[in-house]
Design a protein around this ligand. Structure first.
Ligand SMILES: Nc1ncnc2[nH]cnc12
Ligand SMILES: [Zn+2]
Length: 339
């Protein structure tokens, strides 16, 4: 199939994004605009020099730059603008539902109130629901390089906004910060009614995925690439229909894999895993949803059936109601039938 034909097909698929860090959707153009109005000097003299700096050898090199970029976000309007820019972008890519992460500690650590962050994000998500017809869920992620005590503080701060937060996640530097470090705060989060997910097996070993499942009791694994090294784990993930929210362009950018042709998603589909495709930090890795589908499909020569399965899996793994899931899955199936 011609590249342009594949791109046209991917554009038309009704999609859902389940693994997206709002701070990772911060495009350099908006970063400069917000830095200017907040009187902050960025350590870059142009948008080109920012993009030049976005070359990473591993997760930590990326995180250092990602946290630095987030420093310019100070006011509710900044968080609104960040979220709104993301929503308008994915609206243009036919994304129908999003479940997005935000990292409260990246901001509260700098003295920006939890309330400022969440109010800006929430206002944009509501506007997106009303004007762009994108439904949403919001996930608050604990930073795993910080202590569990710090995560408990964040959980406390979130409680006045419990009604607008659907789940908690775990992100940041994986190696040396296993899921078990956060056992108690995940248990307490579940008791507050939050759903649970965690990044695991991105750079870390399959053991971290086991811990996320057995110690944190998460219902989805973010990334999970490394599960294929453990057949017993694969069986568990298949049997329990645990989704893996994969991020192909992120994996290449952070050298989790050396090239897209090595991406494990096709193997995962073959094994019956509930694999899904997302963008992670698109402003840093150069691809939103469509680009992630496109690069993966092209490099792995995925069939239309496999691409359809990925889109269905996305809705299947979402936190939408059964009726909404069925509606979206029917839309995906009808779309592929019409091709
Ligand atoms: N890919 C990733 N892994 C861990 N933490 C993150 N925070 C933002 N993107 C991340
Ligand atoms: Zn992520």
């Amino acid at each position: 199939m011609q590249s342009s034909e594949l791109q046209r097909i991917i554009q038309g698929i009704p999609k859902t994004e389940l693994h997206l860090h709002l701070e990772g959707s911060f495009e350099p153009e908006l970063m400069f605009q917000i830095a200017k109005r907040n009187n902050i000097t960025l350590p870059y003299d142009s948008i080109e020099s920012v993009k030049e700096a976005y070359k990473f050898n591993n997760l930590q090199e990326f995180l250092d730059i990602y946290y630095a970029g987030a420093q310019v976000l100070l006011y509710e309007q900044d968080f609104f603008d960040l979220t709104w820019a993301y929503l308008t972008k994915v609206h243009s890519e036919n994304v129908k539902h999003v479940e997005v992460f935000f990292d409260p500690q990246t901001h509260t650590e700098r003295g920006v109130a939890f309330e400022v962050v969440i109010k800006g994000i929430h206002r944009a998500l509501e506007k997106g629901k009303n004007e762009l017809h994108i439904s949403y869920k919001l996930i608050m992620s604990y930073l795993r390089h910080l202590s569990e005590e710090d995560a408990f503080k964040t959980l406390e701060e979130s409680l006045p906004f419990k009604d607008i937060i659907d789940g908690v996640g775990l992100d940041s530097s994986e190696m040396g910060n296993p899921p078990s470090k956060f056992e108690k705060v995940f248990k307490a989060s579940a008791e507050q009614g939050y759903k649970l997910v965690a990044h695991a097996g991105e750079e870390g070993p399959a053991d971290y995925i086991w811990e996320a499942l057995d110690i944190l009791n998460v219902e989805r694994i973010d990334h999970g690439n490394r599960c294929l090294t453990d057949e017993t784990l694969v069986k568990r993930l298949v049997d329990d229909k645990i989704a893996l929210t994969l991020c192909p362009t992120s994996n290449v950018a952070l050298k989790v894999i050396q090239k897209m042709e090595e991406h494990p998603v096709a193997k995962m589909l073959d094994k019956g895993l509930l694999a899904t495709i997302h963008s992670d930090d698109p402003a840093y890795f150069g691809g939103y949803m469509n680009e992630n589908y496109y690069q993966t499909a092209k490099a792995l020569n995925l069939s239309l059936k496999q691409i359809e399965q990925l889109a269905i899996n996305g809705f299947e793994a979402s936190w939408l109601s059964v009726a909404s899931k069925e509606k979206h899955i029917k839309e995906v199936k009808d779309y592929f039938k019409s091709l």
